[in-house]
Design a protein around this ligand. Structure first.
Ligand code: FES
Ligand code: FES
Length: 156
């Protein structure tokens, strides 16, 4: 089928089998290897992308269901985005394998909840597994990003 994704702000037309998973299309057809597969069954969060504002496990979403939708991968998040900056400042990674999914989850979460409690941060990140065990620093980064986003709003 012909499938058009609004991918990181650019209309991207693809000739694909609509049953192919979005993860594989993004990696193999588009070359966005930041979207990483691990479990393949929607449980680990490494393949997280944002589809129409919702975090989505791309390993279990047939690309046909993303036709016409806004899809954001880590490449679509500006380098000066407070969440990306906060992850760097807080050293919230070791190998970095989980990091794109973590940042995208945090990004969508903070859009919905700009002033989260620690419990809410933990709950928001519960679907993203970090094999390096960086959870404390990842939570620090989300807290820091929340503060930076609030400061941006006050300054605007
Ligand atoms: S690879 Fe998609 S959730 Fe694990
Ligand atoms: S930083 Fe290595 S898996 Fe999270």
């Amino acid at each position: 089928m012909n499938c058009t994704l609004h991918l990181n702000g650019t209309e991207t037309a693809l000739g694909v089998d609509g049953k192919d998973m979005l993860l594989n299309v993004l990696r193999d057809e588009v070359g966005l290897t930041s979207v990483r597969g691990t479990c393949g069954i929607g449980l680990c969060g490494t393949c997280t992308v944002i589809v129409d504002g919702q975090t989505t496990a791309s390993c279990i979403l047939p690309v046909g269901l993303a036709d016409g939708k806004e899809v954001t991968t880590i490449e679509g998040v500006p380098s000066d985005d407070p969440v990306k900056v906060a992850f760097e400042k807080a050293n919230a990674f070791q190998c970095g394998y989980c990091t794109p999914g973590m940042i995208l989850t945090a990004r969508a979460f903070l859009d919905e909840n700009p002033d989260p409690t620690d419990d809410e941060i933990a709950e928001a990140l519960a679907g993203n597994i970090c094999r390096c065990g960086c959870y404390v620093k990842i939570a620090d980064a989300v807290r820091l990003a929340a503060g930076m986003l609030r400061d941006e709003k006050v300054a605007a």
